[in-house]
Design a protein around this ligand. Structure first.
Ligand code: ADP
Ligand code: MG
Length: 237
């Protein structure tokens, strides 16, 4: 049976999609069969970040009852990694029923070693549906106090809802002199810090190229940090 891991945070822009893409590819490189899902149904961009632009059937079609989940699974250029993309046009968005997400993707647990769920930020309904589709959650925060406390709030709610909290990723560390240091962030969050991902221009460059940094520049600091994160996540199982 595979593991289903939701990638979550309190605020937008912390690096959930970047983490989903890089963690998925890193686990794929380690030999695991991975399915990354774009579950950010209103602000989908995982396909863009992973450089996939020819997907016809999406998670929205499945949630609208127009396709099966198998029809929405695409092989990618990345070893062992599959992707379930989302639509970006509003027509698709309004036809999909987000409440069906958890039951829709449950069967993927039997097909993959890892299902990585890119979720919307916050605790609104669409975010809850996405995050609760997983069994474990990996939180992503930036080293700013409001970001840390918001992400902590999300973690507390998900824990109450029954998800196993894997820990958190401190992303974009080193962007400012006022960054909260990793040990302080860990003290505030009261959950394990699994990785510190530095602020790295290679990550942003990779996003623009549509090739996540672990593939785009494997020797960069960002890529190495994501590889270490994947090794840690795999060890927790
Ligand atoms: P979210 O999915 O949480 O909204 P994204 O993953 O889309 O956030 O990231 C937001 C932006 O931040 C993107 O442009 C991405 O390239 C950039 N980014 C994320 N992590 C890093 C990093 N470690 N270093 C530099 N830029 C980063
Ligand atoms: Mg995102």
């Amino acid at each position: 049976m595979g593991r289903m891991i939701s990638i979550a945070s309190g605020k937008g822009g912390t690096g959930k999609t970047t983490t989903t893409a890089n963690l998925s590819i890193a686990l794929g490189k380690m030999g695991y069969h991975v399915c990354a899902i774009d579950a950010d149904l209103t602000m989908a961009n995982l396909s863009l970040v992973m450089g996939i632009d020819d997907a016809y059937t999406t998670i929205h079609d499945v949630l609208a009852g127009k396709a099966t989940i198998s029809e929405a699974i695409y092989a990618t250029a990345y070893e062992n990694v599959h992707l379930i993309p989302a639509s970006i046009d509003w027509e698709h968005v309004i036809r999909a029923d987000p409440r069906k997400l958890p039951e829709t993707i449950r069967e993927l647990k039997n097909k993959f070693d890892y299902v990585i769920i890119d979720s919307p930020a916050g605790l609104q309904m669409d975010a809850m549906n996405a995050m609760l589709s997983g069994e474990e959650v990996l939180l992503v925060t930036n080293p700013e106090i409001s970001c840390v406390t918001d992400t902590m709030k999300v973690g507390m709610v998900l824990k109450k809802a029954g998800l196993a909290i894997l820990g958190f990723v401190l992303n974009r560390y080193g962007r400012s002199d006022n960054d909260i240091p990793p040990d302080v962030a860990e003290e505030v969050m009261e959950i394990p810090l699994l990785a510190v991902i530095p602020e790295d221009p290679a990550v942003r460059e990779a996003t623009l190229e549509g090739v996540p940094v672990v593939e785009y520049k494997p020797d960069s600091r960002g890529a190495k940090a994501y590889m270490r994160l994947a090794e840690k996540v795999a060890r927790i199982s």
